[in-house]
Design a protein around this ligand. Structure first.
Ligand code: GLA
Length: 734
């Protein structure tokens, strides 16, 4: 899977269907990117680096060194010495100078994949993957750079990361460290990214890639609602089924930047890494900095192939723990049911009703601690409010357990309210720039987790609550961006490290949590889905997707999310109507079928919803039990997109053996004089005959068709009267 061709000085990395080639050139050992694309038989395609064209390599034409630097396809470009495209690495010496250039030193090929200290990353055993470590240096700076590449045997991705070590005698500062870069020819690409807002996360955006720099980024200290740590460059003609796709996804949850720069020569430099703004990391002699991982992907088979490669990688090589391949308990969360107005009695009444309907876990959301009766106070005071929870937390949990339900709880560990005992005792524990009042958001501040004593204190508070009762699930929330980035715990020349140190501390806390409570089901959340990223998936197998639980709004949110992440990770609940976020009324059945495409659960007061809705819950619970294995583990295909056609939405999952499939069809607005819709299914076996059954619809008789027919001629979905109507269609091989 990884070979070194000594004579040609070429490294060739192969995945099942792709090749990635790196070349060492000139006597100065520049590291060039040669090729990433369909799998090649030969390694010697070094002509693609164009070193036989003017301006030639410096060893042949030192007069035009700048021109060489400015067009050579660098594997990992450093800045300030002649390459005037945006670099991946900026270093400022103790003397204040910037500028670096890397040259190749040596390599190692390792079975398996080394862990990245303190960071989330994909993993695999010696038989599953292999890693190339390229060691490079800049002797002027006194710096070694390790470029790490891993290829997996069963999925077409290359993962990359970078480690920088100060090998000199003096300190220096890293002011920019990207994790991956691709210098290649621009072939008239489009750029796909995910854009959003609170309640509107991860909407797919596709636009023409033009000359100059285009990027998506977050400076919010979290991966964010607004932009997503993902970027794809795709052929203009690329569709779900066909066409070239180059994608990058960042295994990180903090500030990021993903960028594409189209140059004067029609080359494109695609890069991804920690956002350089406000980033400045001091490296003392002998110290190292480990940058987070980027997952790189190439396919010539369109967006469905990209999606399934990401899904497979994340399911098998990123998500960990007890629940990674398991059905999750169907939960009912009291947030939209009660907000802050609850007590033991109210929660038990919900649990009692829920248990009779087949729901398996009660999650107590915000408001159970300190004086938290509104969102204006008490974050940081993680002591149970016994006025609300009479008899204490253990009593409540035991009673819920007696009803046959598991119990889960909400925390927002990274935050502190100004009106809290914690803040009154430790005002210096919040992020703030000395002398400047820090900005509040949702009337709260961010804790300075870059200080170990703060992270340790909060961890202990959270863990002691979990130790006190049989709590089997935690929703870990984070409800404001990082601003006023100042720490009382760090010296002046380390203030630029805070945002990354904050992320490292969150990762460390979550790692401790899942080590101490290995059977805990952890669900990350951030004002809905502002931290839905591969970094968090390393710690929690599911993430709350959005605070917008409206079934129709969810179509676009879940389409964008599922473009990268397995359905098993998407927190999705059935909520009450009119919907609390947007006021829309949709059929209870449709809400159920849309939530079925995610982790599935309820977010409503089950004691107060209309009787006809309540009656449908056992039916929905049965559908979940029947189909969740298929939904969680199956290949996912996008059949139609409401966000593009403005009429209907449709997706499909198919099991690995192609014996079973499930299609969800949502008709958004009904129209007069409407005929059936023809949809072309995907991923089936052409030779197999399938029984097609419209689930719970007695008026439509099951019929048998071949996979060939269903994929080429399609399936007719009969008209339905009414708006927001959804259907589930189950296929089984005969
Ligand atoms: C965030 C979450 C919600 C809920 C509230 C509680 O907004 O996304 O699901 O937990 O916080 O304050």
């Amino acid at each position: 899977m990884i070979t070194y061709h000594e004579q040609e000085r070429i490294f060739k990395l192969d995945t099942p269907n792709t090749s990635y080639l790196i070349g060492i050139v000139d006597e100065e050992n520049f590291i060039g990117h040669i090729y990433y694309g369909k799998r090649l038989k030969d390694a010697d395609v070094s002509y693609l680096m164009r070193t036989e064209e003017a301006p030639f390599v410096p060893g042949r034409n030192n007069r035009e060194r700048c021109a060489f630097y400015d067009c050579f396809p660098f594997e990992y470009p450093a800045g300030g010495t002649g390459d005037c495209r945006e670099s991946c690495l900026s270093v400022r010496s103790a003397g204040g100078h910037a500028g670096a250039m890397l040259s190749y030193v040596s390599y190692e090929i390792l079975e398996g994949k080394p862990e990245l200290a303190g960071l989330p990353a994909t993993f695999g055993t010696a038989g599953e993957c292999i890693t190339l470590k390229l060691l490079c240096e800049d002797r002027h700076v006194g710096m070694q750079v390790e470029l790490l590449y891993t290829v997996f045997q069963d999925v077409d991705v290359v993962t990359r990361s970078v480690k920088i070590t100060n090998t000199g005698k003096e300190h220096f500062y890293l002011t920019k460290v990207c994790s991956a870069c691709l210098d290649m020819d621009n072939r008239d690409y489009d750029m796909i990214s995910l854009h959003g807002s609170w309640g509107r996360e991860r909407h797919i955006q596709r636009k023409t890639l033009g000359y100059g720099i285009q990027n998506v980024s977050s400076l919010r200290g979290e991966s964010s609602h607004q932009d997503h740590p993902f970027l794809a460059l795709v052929e203009k003609s690329a569709t779900q089924e066909n066409g070239e796709v180059y994608a990058m996804n960042f295994v990180y949850s903090g500030n990021f930047r993903a960028q594409a720069e189209v140059t004067q020569f029609d080359y494109v430099r695609m890069s991804m890494g920690i956002h350089p703004e406000n980033f400045c990391w001091k490296l003392e002699a002998g110290e190292s900095f480990q940058a987070p991982e980027v997952v790189m992907l190439y396919t010539d088979k369109g967006l469905d192939a990209m999606t399934n490669a990401f899904h497979k990688l994340y399911r098998k090589h990123l998500i960990r723990g007890e629940y990674r391949n398991k059905k999750r308990p169907i939960l009912i969360n009291n947030w939209e049911a009660t907000y802050f107005a609850f007590d033991t009695e109210k929660l038990l009444s919900i649990a009692k009703e829920a248990s009779g309907l087949g729901i398996e876990m009660l999650v107590m959301d915000d408001g159970w601690f300190g004086k938290r009766n509104t969102d204006e106070c008490a974050l940081g005071d993680w002591q149970v409010n016994e006025e609300k929870l009479k008899g204490g937390l253990k009593y409540l949990v035991d009673e819920v357990n007696k009803l046959g339900l598991k119990f889960g709880i909400w925390f927002e560990p990274e935050m502190v309210s100004p009106d809290s005992d914690l803040y009154r005792a430790h005002p210096d524990w919040a992020l703030a720039i000395p002398g400047r009042p820090a900005a509040q958001a949702r009337q709260q501040y961010v804790l300075d987790l870059s200080r170990k004593e703060v992270a340790d204190y909060i961890y202990e508070m959270v863990a002691s609550v979990l130790r006190s009762a049989n709590i089997e699930y935690v929703k870990w929330d984070m409800n404001r961006p990082l601003t006023d980035i100042g720490s009382y715990g760090l010296p002046a020349d380390r203030q630029g490290e805070i945002c990354h140190r904050f992320m490292l501390a969150v990762y460390e806390m979550q790692n401790r949590l899942i080590k101490e409570f290995p059977y805990l089901l952890l669900e990350n959340c951030s004002s809905g889905g502002a931290r839905f990223d591969p970094g968090m998936l390393y710690y929690s197998p599911q993430i709350w997707c959005s605070d917008d639980t409206d079934a129709i709004e969810r179509l676009e949110i879940q389409e964008g999310t599922a473009m990268l992440y397995p359905l098993s990770t998407m927190g999705a609940h059935v909520s009450d109507c009119p919907n609390h976020a947007i006021g829309r009324v949709t059929p209870f059945e449709t809400r159920g079928l849309v939530a079925l495409a995610g982790t599935f659960g309820y977010e409503l007061d089950v004691t107060r919803i209309p009787e006809e809705d309540r009656k449908m819950i056992p039916e929905q619970v049965a559908l979940y039990h029947q189909y969740n294995d298929l939904i969680r583990e199956g290949d996912y295909y996008r059949i139609a997109s409401y966000s593009q056609n403005h009429k209907f939405d449709c997706w499909q999952v198919v099991d690995e053996d192609k014996k079973e499939s499930l299609v969800t069809f949502v008709q958004v607005m009904c129209r007069a004089n409407f005929k059936s819709r023809r949809i072309l299914l995907k991923g089936l076996s052409e030779e197999t005959r399938y029984e097609v059954c419209f689930v719970n619809e007695t008026k439509i008789q099951p019929k048998v068709y071949s996979g060939d027919t269903l994929m080429k001629a399609g399936l007719l979905i009969p008209e339905q009267q009414g708006d927001f109507r959804a259907r589930l269609i189950h296929l089984t091989a005969k």
